[in-house]
Structure formats: structure tokens, C-alpha cells
Design a binder for this molecule. Structure first.
Ligand code: TYD
Length: 196
């Protein structure tokens, strides 16, 4: 029987080092013999592209509820692509998934129970890793990059606390992202190795 793949999600406010850690984890998994696929949300499908255009505009003009609906629709489409990869025994790593909606749209006042209902059919990840960082520090790290409509300090503080609230019921694991890259990577591996 071929081996079953697994689905890992990285979450956190911008500037927490998601891309670096995804790259290191990919190298590790490839050394273990896994075929690794990188995904992200928003995706680059039709709905995802609409969201990217929206986020790069200067104006947060949709209601947060509309945002939640669009992200959920993008996620449903994304689910089919993830399933295909898992069925082929691949490891899928996604840069953001459901908890981005719960945290970002939740911080804008959208009801969490409603979002969970909307996302009821979304594929469940095997592991969700929150790279936790204080937005004061993370915005400093990303200051040279183009910002999205969501990157504003006070708002990101709320986003962070929404994220942390999902650690309490075990939906995600929290990793302190303020430390050296290799320390963060080593801690990530302690969780990932439980999936083998
Ligand atoms: P980000 O991951 O920061 O990409 P980049 O570093 O290329 O700018 O941008 C994605 C943004 O999308 C981020 O600000 C959070 C937002 N987002 C939501 O608000 N809700 C969601 O459900 C998802 C998936 C993303």
C-alpha cells in the first residue's frame, strides 16, 4: 500500500517567518523521502486572485462577512487540490488556512461559529502550527515589503489574540517565533515527527 500523505498548515501574523520555516520543513521532509507540495491561501485560483487584488488595494471595502465568505469559497476550491495531492501520498504544506479566517475576520468582528459552519466541509489539517510573534516586532521585520490592507498594528494585535484563543482548545500548536530560526525549526520538528 502506498503511504498516506499529510497536511500541515502554518499560521500567524505577517513577519513571523512562515516562508523561512516552510522552506526548512520542506527540505527536512524531502530528505525523509516525501514529495512536498506548497500551497497558500488565498490560492491563485479565480476566487483567490480576486482576494489578492482586493488585499493589495488601499481600501478595505468589503464587509468582514463578505471577506469570510470569499475566503471560505476559495478554501472549498483549495480542498479539492489538497485531496488530490494527499491521495498521491504527498505532504502538503499550506501557508495559511481556516485559522486565518478565524483570526483575521474574527478580529474584525465576524462570528466564529458562523465561520466554522461555512467551513464545515473544509478538509481538516493533520497539524496547524502558529508562529507566534508580537505585531510590534513582526511589522518591523516586514517594513520593506508591500503591505496588505490587513497589516496595521492595532488590528494585528487583535488577530494575534484570536489566534492564541484557538491554542487553548488544542486546534493549533503555538511556537514562539521570536527566537533563532534553527530553534524554531527544531521545535516544529518535534510536532511534525509525530505524524510519521
Ligand atoms: P500574506 O500571507 O501575508 O502574504 P504576503 O506575505 O505575500 O503578503 O497575505 C495574506 C493575507 O490574507 C494576510 O494579511 C491575511 C489574509 N487572510 C485573511 O484575512 N483571511 C483568510 O482566511 C486568509 C486565508 C488570509
Amino acid at each position: 500500500m502506498s503511504k498516506r500523505g499529510f497536511f500541515i498548515v502554518f499560521e500567524g501574523v505577517d513577519g513571523g517567518g512562515k516562508s523561512t520555516q516552510i522552506k526548512l520543513l520542506t527540505e527536512y521532509l524531502e530528505e525523509k523521502g516525501y514529495d512536498v507540495e506548497h500551497h497558500m491561501e488565498p490560492t491563485h485560483g479565480q476566487i483567490g486572485n480576486l482576494l489578492w487584488n482586493y488585499m493589495r488595494s488601499k481600501n478595505r471595502s468589503f464587509t468582514p462577512e463578505t471577506e469570510a465568505l470569499l475566503f471560505a469559497a476559495d478554501r472549498i476550491e483549495h480542498g479539492n487540490i489538497i485531496k488530490e495531492a494527499l491521495n498521491e501520498g504527498k505532504a502538503v504544506i499550506s501557508d495559511r488556512y481556516l485559522h486565518s479566517s478565524l483570526a483575521y475576520q474574527g478580529a474584525a468582528g465576524v462570528d466564529a461559529a458562523w465561520m466554522k459552519k461555512l467551513n464545515k466541509h473544509a478538509l481538516k489539517p493533520d497539524l496547524v502550527i502558529l508562529l507566534d510573534i508580537d505585531p510590534d516586532e513582526s511589522l518591523e521585520r516586514v517594513q520593506d515589503r508591500a503591505r496588505t490592507v490587513f497589516e496595521e498594528n492595532e488590528y494585528l494585535k487583535k488577530v494575534r489574540s484570536e489566534y492564541l484563543s484557538y491554542a487553548e482548545n488544542g486546534e493549533l500548536v503555538v511556537i514562539d517565533a521570536c527566537r533563532a530560526i534553527d530553534q524554531v525549526h527544531a521545535e516544529i520538528l518535534t510536532y511534525v515527527s509525530k505524524l510519521f
